[in-house]
Design a binder for this molecule. Structure first.
Ligand code: MN
Length: 294
């Protein structure tokens, strides 16, 4: 008989946002990764921008961020409130609203725009979303770009015991339920809602980097905390067990992934392994090799 000891994953640090700025004129964000001292410590997660919640007045001129490139990683947009319309140089496009996720693989290069959807902009309303950047291993940085629209109804929901909340599996797996996203390295991404006073236990492998981001509410993690609204808890790689207790009605994101142990070279919308590859990315973009919006 084998005895397995499941070790608790300790909270290493609780981070506040590092900056507050606008992405284009549509997305007022608080930046958590790389943010305040997080840096590359949550590899493969390169960026977490928390947009809103922000009220937008009705307009006939949709706000957003116009044509811009990416190379070397994936952008993941999770919408809570509002509607985003996307168009890119591969000819793909789509509209995502509350509960939907867009998983875009920039890889060798893409040019796209991210805008408030026209009809939603005419009505105005509350906008609330998260954008993550997920790194690609060097072997996939120059792969063909791709695009996954993960509509809400394709994201499985696991109800937690006793009606205490639920967990949506966007990527990876939770208690045998698999998420729809295809990823290049192992990633678990969960959208979790907990009622005040409830507890949920999750696990992440001991080699993974794990972050828990609280959008709204307040929690403790393995008896550490509190972790409050717009704060990111970074957990130790060691250990597996994560017990989350909600002190208030809470919305949170769990991001756990196998680290990509390669050098990271970043320049604006490009994330490669070396400075020479960044220079190449800028040259390729300027030469039109990442395409244009039609
Ligand atoms: Mn973009």
């Amino acid at each position: 008989m084998t005895t397995t000891t499941v070790v608790v994953k300790k909270v290493v640090e609780i981070h506040r946002y590092g900056s507050r700025h606008w992405v284009g004129d549509g997305f007022p964000v608080r930046n958590l990764i790389p943010g305040n001292s997080v840096g590359e410590q949550l590899s493969p997660f390169l960026l977490l921008d928390y947009a809103g919640p922000e009220h937008f007045a009705p307009t006939d001129q949709p706000r957003g961020v116009g044509e811009h490139p990416h190379r070397g990683f994936e952008t993941v947009t999770i919408v809570y409130d509002g509607v985003v319309a996307h168009r890119d140089s591969t000819g793909s496009g789509g509209v995502i609203g509350p509960g939907d996720v867009q998983w875009m693989t920039a890889a060798s290069g893409i040019v796209h725009e991210e805008m408030h959807e026209k009809e939603w902009a005419k009505q105005g309303g509350s906008f609330h979303a998260v954008q993550l950047w997920v790194n690609l291993p060097s072997t996939h940085k120059m792969s063909s770009p791709g695009y996954q629209t993960l509509l809400g109804q394709t994201i499985p929901t696991v109800e937690l015991a006793g009606g205490t909340g639920y967990l949506r599996v966007i990527a990876g797996e939770f208690r045998g339920t698999k998420g729809p996203a295809t990823t290049f390295t192992p990633v678990h991404l969960y959208d979790v809602r907990l009622k005040a006073g409830s507890t949920v236990e999750i696990t992440a492998p001991s080699s993974f980097n794990t972050g828990i981001f609280v959008l709204q509410g307040e929690i403790s993690i393995n008896q550490s905390g509190p972790v409050k609204e717009a704060e990111l808890a970074r957990l130790d790689q060691a250990g597996e067990r994560i017990t989350i207790v909600a002190a208030a009605d809470t919305s949170l994101l769990v991001l756990a992934g196998e680290p990509i142990n390669e050098p990271v070279a970043r320049y604006g919308p490009f994330v490669m392994n070396t400075k020479a590859e960044l220079v190449q990315a800028v040259n390729d973009y300027q030469a039109g090799k990442m395409g244009h919006l039609s």
